[in-house]
Ligand binder design. Structure first.
Ligand code: FAS
Ligand code: PHB
Length: 389
């Protein structure tokens, strides 16, 4: 087979890139390791920046997002029994949209199907060849049968555990990592959200987050030990612990119910540089990971897609290599700002096993400053709703 852009990974990065390119007449083939059902069974991000919404609109996939997504003008932050609000639209005149990554991915799959896009599921043994030449190709197997795709470019959208990043030679790659000493235990329940806005809670017992997917589907998280397994936590134990970590007036009105999904996500900050090697370009989790505290994972994947999409359109329009040559630099400039915000918000909101009394005082001082300073709230709002592309 031949295509202009071979895309490895059928998650949000790969699908969004494929759909955007298709609307500009640029062909692509998406290779996905899992079945579509498996990809759509993942419960991940929940908050979309304005930039991702604009990309979904440009991709012709924003109809359901606008119909079912919730516009949030601010968020609530609690510590101990205190709670305050950071008003996004007062400081940066932009809201965020609460709409699950699962739905974003579903909308993109449906759009690719409608456009006759080529998405090959259950691929195995994907190997990238000659990425540092002008004639790269990808080999893979489906049902044991060897296949080959010749292409002009390869987009590595295959997440943290994919093959793309590892294709860049170790002596070319530089990796930066911080692993956090805790995880997030997440629960999805068919219950009404405890509040119409998100609540990020710093409690002496650990972090908690109250989020949602719709008026009768709530998403909750509590910080947990890396030794925990989801099966260690009964629904009752989860709800009891969550109530102890959020302000009493919120706990009193929390509607509990059976979990329909329960999982633990480890937290890390990770960046690989460069995000380009020859004709291979890394996008999204293949290149970087953030702790989900700042809701930047999916949204930073989107800004990568923005830069790569425009670079490829320019190349095919008039042969300009300006965009592809500056892709890594442009994408990383924004990636590192998202890494910083996610690290800052995680450090301020979580209990760290080794933290000293002084560290705890610094957390409270950070929270008090955010609560009392318009400048601090503007800085948080700018980062949370999304820095410019
Ligand atoms: P993805 O990992 O979503 O997609 C990569 C795709 O490539 C997958 O479908 C995978 O099956 C496929 N693949 C992998 N190797 C392959 C190979 N060799 N060949 C072919 N295909 C291959 N972000 C937030 O903002 N908020 C959150 O609350 C949040 N929670 C998360 C919880 C978990 C458990 C994880 C892992 C991530 C979470 N994230 C969260 C981050 C997440 O949303 C990512 O940022 C987002 O999925 C990035 O999208 P992609 O770059 O497309 O990567
Ligand atoms: C979610 O709804 O899953 C969610 C929301 C905000 C975050 C992380 C996760 O910061």
């Amino acid at each position: 087979m031949k295509t202009q852009v071979a895309i490895i990974g059928g998650g949000p990065s790969g699908l969004l890139l494929s759909q955007l390119l298709d609307r500009k007449g640029i062909s692509s083939i998406v290779l996905e390791r899992q079945t579509r059902e498996h990809v759509l069974g993942r419960i991940r991000a929940g908050v979309l920046e304005r930039g991702l919404v604009a990309l979904m609109e440009e991709a012709g996939c924003a109809e359901r997002l606008h119909a079912e997504g919730f516009l949030h003008d601010g968020t609530l932050i609690s510590y101990g029994d205190e709670m305050f609000r950071v008003n996004f639209t007062e400081h940066v005149d932009k809201p965020v949209v609460v709409y699950g990554q699962t739905e974003v991915t579903r909308d993109l799959y449906e759009a690719r199907d409608k456009a006759g896009g080529t998405i090959i599921h259950r691929v195995e043994n994907v190997v990238i060849h000659d990425a540092d030449s002008d004639a790269p190709h990808v080999t893979y197997e489906v049902d044991g049968e060897a296949q080959r795709i010749d292409c002009d470019f390869i987009a590595g959208c295959d997440g943290f555990h994919g093959v793309s990043r590892k294709t860049i030679p170790e002596d070319v790659r530089q990796e930066f990592e911080k692993v956090y000493p805790f995880g997030w235990l997440g629960v999805l329940s068919e219950t009404p959200p405890v509040n119409h806005e998100l609540i990020y809670a710093n409690s002496p017992r650990g972090f908690a987050l109250c989020s949602m997917r719709n008026a009768n589907l709530s998403r909750y998280y509590i910080q947990c030990s890396l030794d925990d397994k989801p099966e260690d936590w009964s629904d009752e134990a989860f709800w009891d612990e969550l109530k102890k970590r959020i302000p009493p007036d919120q706990a009193a009105k929390l509607v509990t119910g059976p979990s329909i999904e329960k999982s633990i996500a480890p937290l890390r900050s990770f960046v690989t540089e460069p995000m380009r090697w020859g004709r291979l370009f890394l996008c999204g989790d293949a290149a970087h990971i953030v702790p989900p505290t700042g809701a930047k994972g999916l949204n930073t994947a989107a800004s990568d897609v923005h830069y790569l999409y425009h670079a490829l359109v320019d190349f095919y329009a008039d042969g300009s290599t300006k965009g592809i040559d500056s892709y890594s630099e442009n994408a990383l400039a924004r990636v590192w700002k998202a890494e910083r915000f996610s690290w800052w918000f995680t450090t301020m909101m979580h209990q760290f096993p080794e933290q000293s009394e002084f560290d705890l005082k610094m957390q409270i001082a950070d929270l008090e400053f955010l609560r009392s300073s318009a400048a601090a709230q503007k800085a948080m709002a700018e980062n949370y709703v999304g820095l410019p592309y």
